[in-house]
Design a binder for this molecule. Structure first.
Ligand SMILES: [Zn+2]
Length: 154
């Protein structure tokens, strides 16, 4: 199966995120319930996923996983929040990210990675620092980073 490049069609920006690293931001409005983006990548078995490891594995069901490590998969830049504005859902074997509410341009996109992520000692060594779990720390980092700086439209 060939690798598919994904381009955002100008609907997103990539920028530093208060969640750490880069984040994916809306560049256009999205309506509640609208599909925002697909989480794309190589389709591999869950056994292969266990063997490979990595941060960008997204399990579809009890057999298949998407390895979304390819940079063309813009959805891999979506950070975790316990109070997210998006949710991931598997539709026809594809991982689709939907807006949970109306989203304005400039908002960072987030979804809940789930319990496995929060309990993983590798990804969460210091507990969750999202806007819901640590609002003060989050607001501090947001002030430090500034809004809308060094953004790249994708
Ligand atoms: Zn949290």
């Amino acid at each position: 199966m060939g690798q598919r490049k994904f381009y955002g069609g100008g609907k997103f920006t990539l920028a530093r995120s208060p969640y750490g690293g880069l984040g994916l931001y809306a560049a256009v409005p999205f309506s509640r319930g609208e599909m925002v983006i697909e989480y794309t990548g190589e389709r591999i078995t869950n056994e292969e996923a266990d063997r490979r490891g990595g941060k960008y594995l997204f399990e579809i069901d009890n057999r298949w996983t998407i390895d979304g490590k390819d940079r063309g998969n813009l959805a891999r830049y979506i950070n975790h929040s316990c109070r997210p504005n998006c949710e991931a859902d598997v539709v026809d074997d594809r991982i689709c990210i939907f807006a949970l509410r109306d989203i304005e341009p400039g908002e960072e996109l987030t979804y809940d990675y789930g319990e496995e992520y929060l309990n993983d000692p590798d990804t969460m060594p210091r507990g969750c620092h999202c806007d819901a779990c640590d609002p003060e720390g989050f607001a501090r980092t947001l002030r430090r980073l500034g809004r809308g700086e060094n953004r790249v439209i994708v």
